[in-house]
Design a protein around this ligand. Structure first.
Ligand code: SF4
Ligand code: SF4
Length: 135
């Protein structure tokens, strides 16, 4: 069995197209319904907390934050601990205002060195604070 697999691997060096992908140099094509890092539309969010109570991993906290970059008034918005998120999409599905959506970001925006960097504030979720290169 092992020998058979080795022979197969050697044959593939010379025959046919490669079966592996050169990710991340060549990004994978993602389906339209791919669930990646969430995006928040602060102008739609009413701070109801349904996303937080829906999250099966308790990854969402509702926190007070500035309404926008140009408006210092404070309101309630979700913040997500991405290290606890399994990208199930329930927070997006249950939001009554469609304030949360999914993006195709799953590596550049999500892989970080420390836990603190994975605590996405409302500003980060709204991309008012840049989160780094997005796919
Ligand atoms: S994102 Fe949606 S569900 Fe979450 S607090 Fe805002 S309006 Fe409510
Ligand atoms: S995608 Fe799922 S696990 Fe992640 S924050 Fe939303 S509800 Fe929680």
């Amino acid at each position: 069995m092992v020998l058979k697999n080795i022979v197969q691997a050697i044959k593939h060096i010379y025959d046919g197209p490669p079966v592996t992908r050169r990710y991340p140099e060549v990004p994978s094509e993602l389906p339209d319904r791919f669930r990646g890092l969430q995006k928040l539309d602060k102008s739609e969010c009413i701070g109801c907390g349904i996303c937080a109570s829906t999250c099966p991993n308790n990854a969402i906290k509702i926190v007070r934050d500035k309404v926008s970059k140009d408006n210092d008034k404070r309101r309630w918005f979700p913040a997500i601990d991405i290290s606890h998120c399994m990208f199930c999409g329930l927070c997006i599905d249950q939001c009554p205002k469609d304030a949360l959506s999914s993006t195709k970001v799953y590596t550049t925006g999500v892989i970080r060195w420390t836990h603190e960097e994975l605590l996405y504030t409302p500003d980060m979720l709204a991309r008012e604070t840049p989160i780094g290169e997005e796919e």
